[in-house]
Design a protein around this ligand. Structure first.
Ligand code: CP
Ligand code: NVA
Length: 316
């Protein structure tokens, strides 16, 4: 089953699942992670709930974590993946998203797409008759944020009322954090240079859900008393690596002085890949408060839940 109530369960953004189902995903991820502790990473979970299912991983941009974690997640759930990228598939020669969606839907059970324009994944979902999962677009990165929420909860923090501080570029990862803030009622202080603020749609979404969102150019003020400090690359995939952008971003580097403004037990998160010395200092990245490798590992555990939800085996 990959339809619930006649609806295919696409996961293009967090709101497709909603707060209750994301909470169920996180709970299931914790249970499955505990249950398989110490087993070889490619060994299937005892129930192998996706036995026989194949997921197509379609990449129009580079990836390490998303690619490996979806592959290992499917193996652990008893299924398998196949990999397509634009350079070696007909997508790169101009075959339409609509036709690709219709062909893949006849051949595989689900599709993960990493692409640039969010409209492309919406087009894929419109034409696919199997679930489509967003593996990152220029607009959002929901799978990353399920893993981030799992990581924060594992480190003993409750989401409601959490003070989350973001530094640097108002990008796709921040957009999904803002979406999560509205669903789980945590607050976000967004410190960016002028002109690099997040899309106002996501700020409005968070506020509509009851989250407090502060937009500031003052990194210190954003860090003061925060529970989580989060950043990401200053130059996302597909963006121009402009000297003026780097210069504008420099005051937003997460370093020891910024961490010192936060709560004593504050955590540092970064979706990776990191650029040490740009958005984060080596001292913070390598410190005990940095949970970036837990966050990376949790991509597997979180994605297993996203997959089970998409296939109608988890959630309401
Ligand atoms: N965080 C993340 O999505 O990493 P990759 O680009 O390596 O997949
Ligand atoms: N904002 C980054 C995230 C990489 C996982 C990018 O889009 O390149």
């Amino acid at each position: 089953m990959s339809e619930v109530g006649g609806q295919i369960r696409h996961f293009l953004d967090l709101e497709d699942a909603g707060a209750d189902d994301i909470a169920a995903m996180i709970a299931d991820a914790i249970d499955r992670k505990d249950a398989r502790a110490g087993r070889p990473k490619g060994a299937p979970d005892a129930d192998a709930p996706l036995a026989g299912r194949v997921l197509a991983l379609v990449f129009e941009k580079s990836s390490t974590r998303t690619r490996v974690s979806f592959d290992i997640a499917m193996r652990q759930l008893g299924g398998s993946v196949l990999l397509l990228d634009s350079a070696s598939s007909q997508l790169g020669r101009g075959e339409s998203i609509a036709d690709t969606a219709r062909v893949l839907s006849r051949m595989v059970d689900g599709i993960m797409l990493r692409t640039d324009d969010h409209a492309k994944i919406e087009e894929m979902a419109r034409h696919a008759t199997v679930p489509v999962i967003n593996g990152l677009t220029d607009r959002s990165h929901p799978c990353q944020i399920v893993a981030d929420l799992l990581t924060v909860i594992e480190h003993g923090k409750a989401l409601p009322g959490l003070e989350v501080a973001w530094f640097g570029d108002g990008n796709n990862v921040l957009h999904s954090i803002l979406e999560a803030a509205g669903l789980f009622m945590f607050n976000v202080r967004v410190a960016t240079p002028a002109g690099y603020e997040p899309d106002p749609t996501f700020v409005a979404l968070a506020r509509a859900g009851g989250a407090q969102v502060t937009l500031t150019q003052d990194a210190r003020a954003a860090a003061r008393g925060a529970d989580l400090l989060v950043t990401d690359t200053w130059i996302s995939m597909g963006q121009a690596d402009a000297a003026e952008k780097r210069a504008a971003m420099t005051p937003y580097r997460v370093d020891a002085a910024l961490m010192a403004e936060a709560k004593p037990d504050a955590l540092f998160l970064h979706c990776l890949p990191a650029h040490i010395g740009d958005e984060v200092s080596e001292e913070v990245f390598e410190s005990p408060r940095s949970v970036v490798f837990d966050e990376a590992e949790n991509r597997i555990h979180a994605q297993k839940s996203v997959l089970l939800w998409s296939f109608g085996l988890l959630g309401s």
